[in-house]
Ligand binder design. Structure first.
Ligand code: SF4
Length: 261
């Protein structure tokens, strides 16, 4: 059982802080956007057109944690402030989703896109059985949900189960292997060239996410060399600045754009 500690509403959503029975903290988000932002592949951006933020009947996204804390310790990630970590059970993952959805009067499955991002705290492939079980539980109750699973690329991972309405995101962050190793200081991970070989059976391309801290981390030549544009969709993201990114002197990163409000 998760106990709600607090919640914070913002213009297009809510962030929840929960606590598990044994005192571990869990963060969950519930956000929405206009439906047209789904098509960033063809729009070539996910910027908003103007100030209209849509509602939960358009794109409804619940972001769940798969761990409390995280052993990966990415240099820009706020989970680095947490002293301890543990995997969440499938029930604890599903409970976050249910809390977010049951807190609203709108119908999750009636949203034009209803999506769960396994992108809050934790590395899904280090808690794989619980993540797969949670996806199965949610999918049977809410068919057609888009499950979006984000990984740093743990060595030896099996991606064959990523299929149909489940999509993979790979955290790349830098095309310089040494810099990537510094940003994601987890030894047992795939190299950049191994990441380029990842294939899934999803209906959608695999997203290659780059939280760009410096322009020198990007290289169109290396991107073309390692990643087939028919298989990968490139996403450049700004840093969500926090105590840990400041401590590591990452500044505000090189993407300055913010949506106007
Ligand atoms: S893998 Fe994800 S949750 Fe873990 S430290 Fe990196 S960004 Fe944070």
């Amino acid at each position: 059982m998760l106990k709600l500690l607090r919640k914070k509403e913002f213009t297009n959503g809510v962030v929840y802080a929960f606590e598990t029975d044994d005192g571990f903290k869990v963060e969950t988000t519930d956000t929405f956007l206009p439906f047209y932002t789904q098509d960033s592949l063809h729009r070539k951006t996910n910027k908003l057109n103007g100030t209209y933020l849509g509602d939960r009947s358009e794109r409804w996204m619940v972001g769940v944690s798969v761990m409390s804390g995280c052993p990966v310790h990415c240099k820009f990630c706020a989970t680095g402030q947490m002293k301890k970590w543990r995997n969440l059970t499938a029930e604890e993952i599903v409970d976050q989703f249910l809390y977010a959805v049951y807190s609203r009067s709108e119908s999750f499955e009636e949203a034009r896109e209803h999506k769960i991002n396994y992108t809050r705290m934790g590395e899904p492939f280090l808690n794989l059985e619980n993540v797969k079980q949670a996806i199965g539980m949610i999918d049977s109750a809410y068919p057609g949900t888009h499950h979006y699973v984000s990984t740093i690329g743990i060595a030896g991972s099996d991606f064959s189960w990523i299929k149909e309405n489940t999509t993979l995101q790979i955290s790349l962050h830098s095309l310089n292997e040494e810099k990537r190793n510094w940003l994601i200081p987890y030894n047992n991970k795939m190299s950049i060239s191994e990441l380029g070989q990842v294939r899934t059976n999803s209906r959608r391309k695999t997203t290659l996410n780059m939280t760009l801290v410096a322009e020198s981390d990007f290289s169109i030549e290396k991107l073309k060399e390692y990643f087939d544009k028919e298989k990968f969709f490139i996403k450049l993201s700004p840093i969500n600045t926090n105590n840990i990114s400041d401590k590591n002197n990452l500044g505000k990163g090189c993407i300055k754009y913010t949506n106007e409000r």
